[in-house]
Design a protein around this ligand. Structure first.
Ligand code: ADP
Ligand code: VHF
Length: 377
């Protein structure tokens, strides 16, 4: 993929995770930077009006708490860090709520820990809640649940959390806003000759060697966790952009395809990467039996699965879960994320999509499974 088409693809994307780091948010430790938050909220509001959904992953709780408690240096003790996070987090979300309120955007606070994403039930719950919030037009604001995590269950840095959230909500883009203009060939603070990497494949092993640690004393990961986050995000097909959050109108400009910061791309075609990730990630919750025409439409015509081509439904599943599509001869044809739950699927099977509204009283999608969410086997 060349640079122009990859950048243009950003402008066509529909769901972004935006991660904002501590150094940027707290203006290097001088309390929460309200003006910057106000500015990003305005830009995110503009994205939403263009139809792009945004999930925010915001750091800054510890740094904001330290400022409020009058602490100059980041404490060593876990309990002091947790206390600072508790003080800072409530202040942080209050600033966000006020800022987004100016643009008629609702916000929602979500605090996650590692268990929430590794435990199957909690993972699916988190995913459904986030998707529901997005469908309600709210901007979820996520941070690690610092006050309860222990070292064993810590994500450790919000770059990783941002990438896992991008996987969770199947985002197209992970935008990491930081205090450097992007990934440089060496840490630009020590090396004035370091050059900005404009674009690379996320898994390129040279990137990890370029990326160093954090210097601010506020941020945790530095560039190395950002590169690793891009690799994680690429697994579900997301592009990552690492860019300076203080650049004028940065979010809107990246969204128009402007060549800012560092673009890190998934290796394969993003859709193929995402489908591979889906296949490995999720458990099959049920089965749809297809008639011969539907099996052919999926296999050879690259079509979506419509209810009219389904003859039977088994298992209990929710909207968004993975189901298996079985051909009329009993062979597995495909797997995909289903748009209706098992009860709804029972009621609309064999019917044309035009009947969905009458049968269910509402119609979310015409397809039972959209072809973008289908993996042929
Ligand atoms: N190769 C590199 N390119 C750019 N920045 C780098 C590089 N290596 C290390 N860094 C450092 O990473 C810092 C950003 O990471 P960090 O302090 O964790 O920020 P954040 O709080 O936004 O996560 C930069 O300020 C920079 O000093
Ligand atoms: N959960 C922590 C985040 C720490 C962290 O990862 O910071 P950063 O490297 O600036 O994104 C906080 O809110 O302070």
């Amino acid at each position: 993929m060349d640079s122009i088409s990859a950048r243009q693809q950003l402008s066509a994307s529909k769901r972004w995770v935006i991660k904002i780091g501590s150094a940027l948010l707290t203006d290097n430790g001088r309390g929460v930077n309200r003006a910057a938050i106000q500015n990003w909220a305005g830009q995110i509001g503009a994205l939403r009006r263009q139809g792009i959904e945004v999930v925010l992953v915001s750091s800054g709780a510890v740094a904001a708490g330290m400022d409020r408690l009058g602490w100059r240096r980041r404490p060593e003790s876990v309990h002091q860090l947790q206390a600072a996070a508790a003080v800072g987090q409530s202040h942080l979300v209050q600033v966000y709520e006020h800022a987004f309120g100016q643009y008629d955007c609702r916000t929602a606070q979500i605090l996650l820990d590692h268990d929430d994403l590794s435990n199957r039930t909690r993972y699916l719950n988190a995913r459904s809640t986030l998707k529901t919030l997005l469908s309600l037009g709210a901007v979820p604001i996520i941070n690690e649940n610092d006050t309860v995590v222990t070292d064993e269950i810590r994500f450790g840095d919000n770059d990783t959390l941002g990438a896992l959230v991008a996987n969770l909500v199947e985002a197209d883009v992970l935008l990491i806003l930081t205090d450097a203009d992007g990934l440089f060939t060496q840490d630009p603070r020590d090396n004035p000759d370091a050059e900005l990497v404009r674009e690379a494949v996320a898994t390129d092993p040279r990137l990890v060697a370029m990326a160093g640690d954090s210097r601010s004393g506020l941020g945790r990961g530095g560039m190395s966790t950002k590169v690793r986050a891009a690799q994680l995000a690429a697994r579900s097909g997301a592009c990552t952009v690492i860019v300076g959050g203080a650049i004028d109108s940065v979010i809107e400009r990246v969204a128009t395809g402007e060549n800012l910061g560092t673009l890190l791309l998934p290796e394969a075609d993003p859709l193929a990467a995402r489908k591979r990730w889906l296949a490995g990630q999720l458990q099959v919750r049920g089965e749809l039996v297809l008639d011969a025409g539907a099996a052919r439409a999926l296999r050879s015509q690259g079509k979506s699965l419509l209810p009219v081509g389904v003859t039977a439904v088994s298992g209990r599943f929710h909207r968004g879960e993975l189901v298996s599509c079985i051909g009329p001869g009993g062979e597995e044809v495909a797997r995909g994320l289903v748009n209706y739950d098992s009860t709804e699927a029972q009621r609309i099977l064999g019917q044309s999509s035009a009947e969905i509204l009458e049968l269910l009283g509402y119609r979310d999608d015409d397809e039972l499974i959209h072809r973008d969410n289908l993996i042929l086997l």
